[in-house]
Ligand binder design. Sequence first.
Ligand SMILES: Nc1nc(=O)c2c([nH]1)NC[C@@H]1CN(c3ccc(C(=O)N[C@@H](CCC(=O)O)C(=O)O)cc3)C=[N+]21
Length: 304
Amino acid sequence: MTTSTSPTLPSDHQATLIDGKGYAATLRQQIRDDVRAFHEEHGVTPGLAVILVGDDPASEVYVRNKAIQTHHAGMRSFMHMLPETTSEDELLALIERLNHDPEIHGILVQLPLPNGLDARRVTNAIQPEKDVDGLGEINAGRLAIGLPSLIPCTPLGCLLLLRDQLGDMRGKHAVVIGCSNLVGKPLALLLLAEGCTVSIAHIHTVDTAAMARQGDILVVATGCRELVHGDWIKPGATVIDVGITRVTTETGKTRLVGDVVFDEAVKVAGRITPVPGGVGPMTIACLLKNTLTAARLLVTGKTE
Ligand SMILES: Nc1nc(=O)c2c([nH]1)NC[C@@H]1CN(c3ccc(C(=O)N[C@@H](CCC(=O)O)C(=O)O)cc3)C=[N+]21
């Protein structure tokens, strides 16, 4: 694959790095202030329940990290670590209990679930006002028709980074590669609502590279590591890399790589998110943001 840059860019061109880690830290500070003000006004501390089924070590690290950051934001965190053998009925019974618990404003079930547990059924059992992942059918449907909703954390994180970088996005061509219910589809809807012209590429798209090259904004969320090369990118485009894959190098060390070949992309793009330190930290910050939004919704009936 070539790495040639366009003649419109100087040969020593380097994209600006989008500092997701820094933006997420600022956002968490803002949330912390908002949580304090919310508590002063309503006497309520937002509470987040995180459910992890099975003992996948990587998931345990994420879940623990979420709990720490929840506390730092001044909210309460309730962890439910369930064994791999948990039945769907047991899981649904726990969700039902949390739905009725007035101390809980957000409920998250860590995905993927072990085999035998129906993620769709489980996700839909969460009360829509407490669905801080925004993955239930009510929130997904409300997003699709432009009603206020809880927005999935990763797409919301991408949107906040893009708004911060670009401001008004009306008329820009946004190309989203990947069409999952978790990221690609909701993000395409959010960009549409921003006034972008949106193209979605997926597994059956005939020439994804040609489509990608048209994007003023290019979002890559495929889970297919280093799919996007430098010559897939329109010179000067804003690139958001949602992919995150852990790879082991020849020396036995592990490192994280995205869905974009970073060293090539950085010579062509105008701005780009790194992996790690890009979208990942925004996902957790947006979970905290959604927990405060859910608490506000439950306590006042309003999202603002
Ligand atoms: N119900 C549910 N909601 C989720 O939002 C959810 C989930 N299940 N299951 C797993 C995925 C994965 N995910 C990440 C969150 C933060 C980072 C993150 O902070 N990444 C750091 C690096 C962390 C590291 O070093 O491993 C970064 O990109 O800089 C990554 C991945 C949320 N997920």
